[in-house]
Design a protein around this ligand. Structure first.
Ligand SMILES: [Zn+2]
Length: 141
């Protein structure tokens, strides 16, 4: 199962992703495909399908890192708000069966509900935001 998991492939460097942070338990990368400015995913290095399957220490690490990512996003992107979202496996129609948290910057009156992408950006802006988040996380963690 984990051999086919795109998040495990990202962890192992076998699938491209804009990683902004890594430690022994967690991995943070930006969602570059929908070109959503600042959308970050916090995941754990161990393959666990849902929040129920995740090791307690991994879950605690993911939540701690997610807080730091939230602060870094605020510094880098200055959104009006932030959605932190965990969609639980098949029950939530997750296409990737690997526990992760979404951090999605929100702007007032973006009128998008939970639709993604929230605020599209061009590739240069995504890369610039990724650099700022990386710098803020390096300073914070
Ligand atoms: Zn996986």
């Amino acid at each position: 199962m984990s051999a086919d998991c795109v998040f495990c492939k990202i962890r192992d460097g076998q699938s491209p992703a804009m990683k902004v942070y890594e430690d022994e338990r967690t991995l943070v990368f930006m969602d570059i495909n929908p070109l959503n400015a600042g959308h970050c995913l916090v995941t754990i290095r161990s393959h666990a399908a849902t929040i129920w399957d995740a090791d307690d220490a991994d879950l605690e690490a993911a939540i701690t890192v997610a807080k730091q990512v939230a602060l870094a996003l605020r510094e880098a992107v200055k959104p009006d708000g932030l959605n932190v979202l965990q969609a639980n496996g098949a029950a939530a129609f997750q296409s990737v069966p690997h526990f992760h948290l979404h951090l999605i910057p929100r702007w007032n009156n973006d009128g998008k509900g939970f639709d993604w992408p929230v605020v599209p950006g061009d590739r240069a802006r995504i890369i610039e935001i990724g650099e700022r988040i990386r710098e803020a996380l390096d300073a914070a963690l």
